[in-house]
Design a protein around this ligand. Structure first.
Ligand code: 13P
Ligand code: ZN
Length: 273
């Protein structure tokens, strides 16, 4: 069975992305976790045939009923996943009623952030099914942004950061969300994240880390790279005593129009009004 599991193609995407997260120093030690939703017909039959014990989920996810998740194991290291994804990533099936999961193969201790991964994946099936990848990691410059009191307001945070480089707002037009402090792995963190992700692709968890979503793991990673780079520019300017005003509104709007992002940019924080 292990040989069959190793042929599941998304495992190589996990390895590739985790190598990068480790290399960047964002997923230190056991920091960070990832998940990817897959359909039954994307898996070898041998894997979907097994019937395992049911483990109750901390929340009900009816839309995920009968779907499969690849999830990083709790306490696993990104740098280890890079070389042996099949050992550290588990394959799970969500029961038809969405109240429990069944472990199938690979790692059998899902991440402590399971509430966030399940709540967000459930929201995706409901509202944007092409989204199926989630990355949570600890990028240092982005975490530092959450220490600045005025950036608790996600509009101020987004307008400041995403105006510092000409392509940042094109890639992240809906801006960056920010959640108040929640205990890592808590149900509260999961429920709030799933609510905020309806409007955005990136959320900062106060004094903890970042969570990004995408149609693939690489899509989620792309957006993390862009906002972490914007944060690097922010802190570089700050430490040199240079103003962080960034692009003019005119230049930003011209870019938004050119790339067809005007509506997404203008509607970015309508949910907060
Ligand atoms: P896990 O090892 O349980 O995934 O926890 C890491 C983490 O970053 C929690 O937020
Ligand atoms: Zn974390």
């Amino acid at each position: 069975m292990r040989e069959i599991y190793e042929t599941v193609s998304p495992l190589s995407a996990f390895a590739e992305v985790c190598e990068w997260l480790a290399f960047k120093g964002w997923s230190e030690a056991e920091g960070g976790n990832l998940s990817l939703r897959i359909e039954e017909d994307e898996l070898p039959e041998e894997l979907t045939a097994s019937v395992a014990e049911e483990v109750d989920l901390p929340l009900e996810v009816p839309e995920l009923g009968g779907k499969y998740l690849l999830i990083t194991g709790s306490g696993t290291r990104s740098r280890d996943i890079a070389t042996d994804a099949a050992t550290d990533i588990g394959l799970y099936r969500i029961t038809n009623d969405g109240t429990a999961y069944q472990w199938i193969i690979g790692n059998n201790r899902p991440t402590s952030e399971m509430p966030s991964h399940c709540a967000i994946q459930c929201e995706f099936v409901r509202s944007r099914p092409e989204y199926r990848a989630i990355i949570h990691t600890h990028p240092p410059r982005l975490i530092s942004m959450t220490h600045v009191p005025e950036f608790k307001d996600p509009k101020i945070l987004s307008d400041t950061l995403l105006g510092l480089q000409s392509e940042a707002r094109i890639i992240v037009p809906e801006g960056i969300g920010h959640l108040p402090f929640c205990v890592p792995g808590s149900l509260e963190l999961g429920v709030l994240s799933a609510e905020e992700i309806k409007y955005r692709n990136i959320i900062l968890w106060h004094m903890h880390g970042a969570l990004a979503v995408g149609t693939s793991l690489n899509h989620a990673l792309d957006q993390l790279e862009v906002v972490e780079k914007a944060s690097e520019i922010y802190w570089t300017l700050k430490s040199a005593g240079i103003p962080t005003d960034g692009m003019s509104e005119d230049d930003l709007m011209t870019s938004m129009e050119y790339f067809g992002r005007t509506d997404r940019y203008k509607n970015a924080f309508k949910d907060k009004e």
